[in-house]
Design a binder for this molecule. Sequence first.
Ligand SMILES: Cc1cc2nc3c(=O)[nH]c(=O)nc-3n(C[C@H](O)[C@H](O)[C@H](O)COP(=O)(O)O)c2cc1C
Length: 161
Amino acid sequence: MKAAIVFYSMGGNTKYAAEKIAEKINADLIEIKPEKQYPDKGFRKYLWGGKSAVMGDIPKLIPYDFDSEKYDTIIFGYPVWASNFTPPIKTFIKENLEKIAEKEFAVFACSMGGGAEKSFEKLKNYLFINNFKATLSLIDPKDKPSEENNNKINDFISKLE
Ligand SMILES: Cc1cc2nc3c(=O)[nH]c(=O)nc-3n(C[C@H](O)[C@H](O)[C@H](O)COP(=O)(O)O)c2cc1C
């Protein structure tokens, strides 16, 4: 298996998990970022990010390298926003849907504890797929490191192989 981990992270939790997973399965990391950054502090961060997720925004991304032919598996990673996957992931899929249509998909989401399952359902619909090869829901893995998160990451990886 050769996987690309396509992720967006505002506060570093998703990035932390992405790096851990990449190291264990030798995956390539593709970090995507919107051209216009979301506010990342205080109340505005929830207001703008939440609104963007609820409204279904498709923000323009800073150019990224993605050679789809190198991979058979795409793993998406994002923070849950308002029980949804984050808008930059939406943009990536919109820009690459044809190229990735035949791939296998897995997903991990970081949250404070709610909405990951709902976000997985929404992502499945957006990708036009019935199921992911593996799913993983983590609670703030960088800010609140826990044995549980580590075990869940290992379990996720075992389902990928
Ligand atoms: C705009 C916004 C909306 C959020 N919505 C949710 C939510 O619906 N459920 C939840 O459990 N956490 C929610 N969170 C918390 C993040 O998903 C969580 O802290 C995540 O680990 C952050 O990942 P990051 O550090 O990679 O950005 C939200 C955070 C933001 C900024």
